[in-house]
Each structure stands twice: as structure tokens, then as C-alpha cells.
Design a protein around this ligand. Structure first.
Ligand code: ATP
Ligand code: MG
Length: 474
């Protein structure tokens, strides 16, 4: 049975239909003018809207247009007297109205019949929507390549949690696929048709992050020449992905906690709260537990975020996925590079499978992309560093030059020990900069470009690392 809105300026017709339709088990609301009908449409979802065409003020065609705009899934049935028959025909032809009925002594029966027809259509279109969503779900989970038990379990978790709106914390090493998981949760959820907004919390200085997330009003700070909506508002009804959440400063953590508790945001410089309906998915490759213990991450926010914790396993914990992923990336990159490479060489596949992958799937993807670019035959051969880079003092191959440079620099540093004679014209700032730069390069080489690890190697925060990368244009 349906949820029906009846609109007619003749009260007797409203009453007649109200009684008859209720008797059939429908839920009915009646209004006696077009303006009220529009307001009802704004505030509730009707399966079918039955409206008279000719009414003073806002007429039936206006109601139809409004319904079309606000509630496109609702069916609209127009009721006409003889003299406005043409208008109804036009409305149906234009595709706006589902049906029309001429007012006659048999009105009640005709309306019932038209409603029954519309409800079948509505339920069909809902089924279609559900089917489309099913397909989307399958597709988005298909993007997560892998057949290991660990990955199957991960996909099952995604399916289960997608139906809820609970906050999720995705954690795991760098490059394991955390963003992929977050996107899959969104696409499998009832929010799939709405926005998925991804924000890298480590990429903004504090004040900028605040205005990015919550928006600002004109005049809030120099350069704020107009009001701007924040990303929470952009993500309204959808999902916001807060990547690298561990990089958020303490004051921002307090503000985010408030948003999660109140479900409202306050733009920078604004005085009122804006309600938002957003699913929050946060991600980190850091040990938040440890940060909480060290006092750099708020415990209350940690609990708020990790309502549903999802761990993405490292690639070395699911080696059976490596061949599948290698072939997946081969198919992804070969056509673009204009190569017809049909497979990965058996020996390479073996080497790939036994490698440790400190940079996880992203590193594997980069490795395959590079190998594809270099391959001249129809079989892909992949060169890998001989050992896990972390265990080695000096990284392999192409990085040697950088490391030599570093060693030289460090040796020079040693020679400039306390009490020694300084070289002529020494410039301390440049000198230190030179050392910093080569330390960054070496750390990057050693970690195969995995920035988070490089920061770890150097014992500095990821934020500082990014800052230095920018400074030295690396
Ligand atoms: N199971 C998978 N199947 C296919 N591609 C994957 C898979 N896991 C990761 N990838 C790919 O690897 C790359 C890295 O994934 P993603 O950006 O989701 O990792 P991440 O965990 O968010 O990394 P970081 O911690 O560095 O931000 C992406 O290009 C992604 O498409
Ligand atoms: Mg990521």
C-alpha cells in the first residue's frame, strides 16, 4: 500500500478520496491548495501525488513541476475537468505526469486504478534502483583484487558495515589499500549515490584544514572574500574520508570530536551551527594506540573514530594475492604503454611472491608499472632489490649514487667536528640544508619512495618530512 497525497481546492473531493483510499489501506494526506501541497512534498516522501489541475494560485502543473524537482521518484496523477483536459495531456506528454483522470462520477474508481498502476511502476523503479546498487556493490568490491582468506574476510566486513552509518577507522601499513577500502564501503552503502569526499589531513596546515573541513564566512580571515562551504557540507548525505588522521593537531582533534558528537559544523568566523549527515571514515598508517599513550592523540577522539576498526593486512601477510595483483597491474599498464605483454615470467612471479613489500600494494603497482615501461619482449621480467631494503645499510642499484653523496656529506660533517678549522666561506644555512636534503634523498631511496617510512627512518614526523620535501623541491 502507498503513501498518498491528495490536493484539490474542492474540500468534498479531498474528503471523498481520503475515505475511499484509506479504506483500501493507503496512508493518505489531503491539502486544499497547491502551496500546501508543495510544502508537504518538501517534508515527506509520497509514492503517489494526486492533484487537481485547476486551482487558484499554485495550480496542479506547478505542483507537478515541484514534485518532479524535489521528489522525482513520486508518481503524479492529474485530475482534470473537461475544460483543462488539454493541459493534462500536455503534462503527460512532456513526461512529467504519470497519468491523468477526467473528473466524472466514476472518479473514485478511476483514481484507485491509477494509483494501483503507479504503485506497480514505483515498486519496479525501486527494484531497478536496488539492482543498480547491487551491481555497483559488486563492481566496487571487484576493484579490491585478491583471493586470500584475509582479503575475503576484509570484503565480508565491508559488506556488513556498509549498511550502517557508523564511524570507521581503517588502519594498516602504507600502501595496503586503505583508501580503496573506504571507497568500497561508500559504494556499497545506501549513500552510494551521494558524494565521497577525500581529505588528506596531513596535507594542510592547521588553520587551513579547519576552513577546508568546516568552511568559512566572508571576512573570517584575510582573503575570505565570500562564504565558502566546508567539505563536511559538501559530503552531506554522503561519506567523508579523513586520511592520515594521526597528523591532525590537538586543537583540530577537539574540533573534530565536537562535530562527531553534535553532528553539526560551525564555519570559521560563523556564529551558527550547520547540521550535517555525514558518514566519517578515518584512516591511518600510524599506531594510534601508541600516539594515545604518548599523549599526541586524544583518547576520546580515538574511541569516537574507532567504533568500527578495520585492519587492512600488509601484502606480506597475504602472499597468495601477489600473482593476482601483479597480473592485474600488468593489464592496467601494458595497454597504456603500447605494449602487448601477455604474462609475467615465472621466475619473476616467484621473486615477487617471496619479496617482503614494505610499501605494500602501492610499491607492487609501481614496480610493475616500471617493469612494463622497460620491457621489450612479450613476457614481463621484474627486477627486485635483492633483500628487504630496511635490513640494508645502503640501498641497491640506482640509489647508490645518492647514498655515496650522503656518505660524503656525512663524512664531511665528521670532519667539521668541534674544534676543527672551518673551510673558508662556509655558510651554515646552506651547509645544513645540503645535509638535510641528502638525508631525505637517502631515506627515500632506502624506502623505495615510501614517504611515511622515510620519515620513520629519519626519526621525524610525517608532517615535518612533507614540509622538508616541499622546501627542497624533492
Ligand atoms: N587489493 C587491491 N587491489 C587492487 N589495487 C589495490 C589493492 N590494494 C591497493 N591497491 C592499489 O594500490 C594503491 C595504493 O592504495 P591506497 O591508496 O588505497 O593505499 P593506502 O593504504 O591508502 O596508502 P597510504 O597509507 O600510503 O595512504 C592504489 O593505486 C590502489 O588502487
Ligand atoms: Mg591513503
Amino acid at each position: 500500500m502507498g503513501n498518498i497525497l491528495v490536493c484539490d481546492d474542492e474540500r468534498s473531493i479531498c474528503e471523498l478520496l481520503d475515505i475511499a483510499l484509506r479504506r483500501d489501506g493507503h496512508k493518505v494526506e489531503t491539502v486544499t491548495n497547491g502551496e500546501l501541497a508543495k510544502r508537504k512534498i518538501d517534508s515527506a516522501l509520497f509514492d503517489v501525488i494526486v492533484t487537481d489541475i485547476k486551482m487558484p494560485g499554485v495550480d496542479g502543473v506547478d505542483v507537478l513541476r515541484h514534485a518532479h524537482q524535489i521528489s522525482p521518484d513520486s508518481a503524479v496523477i492529474l485530475m482534470t475537468a473537461v475544460d483543462d483536459y488539454e493541459a493534462a495531456v500536455q503534462a503527460v506528454k512532456a513526461g512529467g505526469a504519470t497519468d491523468y483522470i477526467r473528473k466524472s462520477p466514476g472518479l473514485v474508481d478511476e483514481v484507485k486504478l491509477a494509483i494501483a498502476r503507479s504503485l506497480t511502476k514505483v515498486s519496479l523503479s525501486r527494484q531497478n534502483f536496488a539492482l543498480r546498487r547491487d551491481a555497483a556493490t559488486r563492481n566496487s568490491l571487484d576493484n579490491i583484487v585478491g583471493v586470500s582468506p584475509a582479503l575475503e574476510k576484509l570484503k565480508q566486513t565491508i559488506r556488513t558495515v556498509a549498511t550502517t552509518s557508523s564511524t570507521i577507522l581503517v588502519y594498516g601499513e602504507s600502501g595496503t589499500g586503505k583508501e580503496l577500502v573506504a571507497r568500497a564501503v561508500h559504494t556499497c552503502s545506501p549513500r552510494a549515490a551521494e558524494a565521497f569526499v577525500s581529505v588528506n589531513c596531513g596535507a594542510f596546515p592547521e588553520t587551513l584544514l579547519e576552513s577546508e573541513l568546516f568552511g568559512y564566512v566572508k571576512g573570517a580571515f584575510t582573503g575570505a572574500t565570500q562564504n565558502r562551504r566546508g567539505l563536511f557540507e559538501v559530503a552531506d548525505q554522503g561519506t567523508i574520508f579523513l586520511d592520515e588522521i594521526s597528523e591532525m593537531t590537538m586543537p583540530m582533534q577537539v574540533k573534530l570530536l565536537r562535530v562527531l558528537q553534535e553532528r553539526t559544523v560551525r564555519p570559521v568566523g560563523g556564529t551558527s551551527e550547520i547540521p550535517v549527515d555525514v558518514r566519517v571514515i578515518a584512516a591511518t598508517n600510524r599506531d594510534l594506540d601508541r600516539q594515545v599513550a604518548e599523549g599526541t592523540f586524544r583518547e576520546d577522539l580515538y574511541y569516537r573514530l574507532s567504533v568500527i576498526p578495520i585492519r587492512v593486512p600488509a601484502l606480506r601477510e597475504r602472499r597468495e594475492d601477489v600473482p593476482l595483483l601483479a597480473n592485474h597491474f600488468l593489464k592496467k599498464y601494458a595497454p597504456g604503454a603500447g605494449k602487448s605483454i601477455h604474462s609475467v615470467a615465472a621466475a619473476s612471479l616467484e621473486a615477487l611472491t617471496s619479496y617482503d613489500w614494505p610499501g605494500n600494494v602501492r610499491q607492487l603497482e609501481n614496480t610493475i608499472e616500471r617493469a612494463v615501461a622497460l620491457e621489450t619482449t612479450s613476457e614481463l621480467r621484474v627486477e627486485l632489490p635483492a633483500e628487504r631494503p630496511k635490513a640494508r645499510a645502503v640501498a641497491a642499484g640506482a640509489e647508490t649514487a645518492t647514498n655515496t653523496a650522503m656518505n660524503t656529506t656525512l663524512n664531511t660533517t665528521m670532519t667539521v667536528a668541534a674544534g676543527s678549522v672551518l673551510p673558508e666561506g662556509v655558510n651554515m644555512e646552506n651547509y645544513v640544508a645540503q645535509i638535510e636534503r641528502s638525508l631525505l634523498q637517502s631515506a627515500l631511496a632506502q624506502t623505495h619512495g615510501v614517504q611515511v617510512r622515510a620519515a620513520d627512518v629519519l626519526g621525524i614526523s610525517y608532517r615535518s618530512f612533507r614540509h622538508l620535501m616541499k622546501k627542497y623541491e624533492l
